[in-house]
Write a protein that binds this ligand. Structure first.
Ligand code: FES
Ligand code: FES
Length: 329
């Protein structure tokens, strides 16, 4: 009987990475995103990593001729080039295949239009719409969104500056007091917006069902539900009244003046702001300046809206510089 040799798998340090030609260094543990990415790439084997206790999937490499029994190795992670349609604007960007839509929006594009709560598909704070459906931006891989899907955030549903420019859902949350700390609010607004695209007159049960993926830690649900009902009424063309004491008639009456004839432009700060709270303070200051109609932006960019009969671009740049935040040419 021929001698049988027991198969001894090569040590992982002996594996050679095909791209770099260097010895493969195994990762000590695998993240949830790594797991998702590799599962999506056509996983064929599942193992359990000791210690960390995570299930990890691996993609089979073609076997080398001399080592047909070689065990599968981890595929190196890759980047993809995607063309994203966000709020009707195109963005071409390189993304890591592990990158979430929330990460791309915030870290690559400087668009802070959805909040991060749990970062694990539990709270809905990060909800945006993809082709009309609410999804959790923290858990959708950007690499899968480059095929013409329409991504919509809170910034894409308003029509102009100020309270009058808000979408009825946004206005209702604001005027009805459908929020406290606001962490969850953008997610609730987008989930409510998605609901009202298909259901013009939702019952409380419909609203609860549609917003079941969103959690408000402040427990503001009663006001959230009444905000959605008021938004639905406004969208049906009914007159809606809000009773909050801070609401004045001027606040909800369309403003006379330059709203229809404004100019706006996105500028990049010469030095990015430290936090988004700093941006809020700056916006507050700018909104007091004559000729400035509204301001939006992020830590990296600012988009002032101004009345061209009172200001030109040079004047806007001067105001920003005087506020201590000059912008790039
Ligand atoms: S942050 Fe995405 S669901 Fe909580
Ligand atoms: S308003 Fe604070 S979490 Fe909802």
């Amino acid at each position: 009987m021929a001698d049988r040799k027991e198969f001894v798998p090569p040590k992982s340090s002996e594996e050679i990475e095909p791209e770099s030609g260097k010895p493969h260094q195994p990762r000590p543990a695998i993240s949830r995103r790594d797991f998702l990415v590799r599962s999506n790439a056509g996983a064929v084997a599942v193992g359990v990593l000791t210690g960390a206790g995570f299930a990890a999937s691996q993609t089979q490499r073609p076997a080398a001729p001399a080592q047909a029994t070689r065990p599968p190795a981890v595929v190196p992670l890759k980047a993809r080039r995607v063309s994203l349609d966000i709020d009707r604007k195109k963005y071409d960007v390189n993304v890591d295949v592990r990158e979430s839509l929330w990460e791309t929006l915030n870290y690559q594009l400087g668009l802070s239009n959805c909040n991060l709560g749990c970062d694990r598909a539990q709270c809905g704070a990060c909800a945006v719409l993809v082709d009309g459906k609410a999804v959790n931006g923290c858990s959708v891989l950007t690499a899968r969104l480059g095929r013409g899907q329409k991504i919509l955030t809170v910034a894409g549903i308003s029509n102009g500056p100020g309270l009058q420019g808000l979408h009825p859902v946004q206005r209702a949350f604001w005027l009805e007091g459908g929020f406290q700390c606001g962490i969850c609010t953008r997610g609730f607004v987008m989930a409510s917006y998605a609901l009202l695209q298909t259901n013009k007159n939702p019952t409380t049960a419909d609203i609860k069902e549609a917003l079941a993926g969103n959690i408000c830690r402040c427990g503001e649900y009663a006001k959230i539900y009444s905000s959605v009902k008021k938004a639905a009424a406004e969208m049906r063309g009914e007159r809606v009244s809000y009773t909050a004491p801070w609401i004045t008639e001027e606040a909800i009456t369309p403003a006379a003046g330059p709203v229809g004839n404004t100019l706006s432009k996105q500028f990049e700060f010469a030095t990015p702001l430290g936090t988004i709270e700093q941006f809020d303070d700056l916006a507050l200051e700018l909104n007091q300046k004559p000729g400035i109609v509204g301001v939006s932006g992020t830590e990296r960019t600012i988009t002032p809206i101004w009345d061209p009969t009172r200001l030109d671009e040079a004047g806007v740049r001067r105001i920003l510089a005087e506020a201590g935040h000059p912008v790039r040419p």
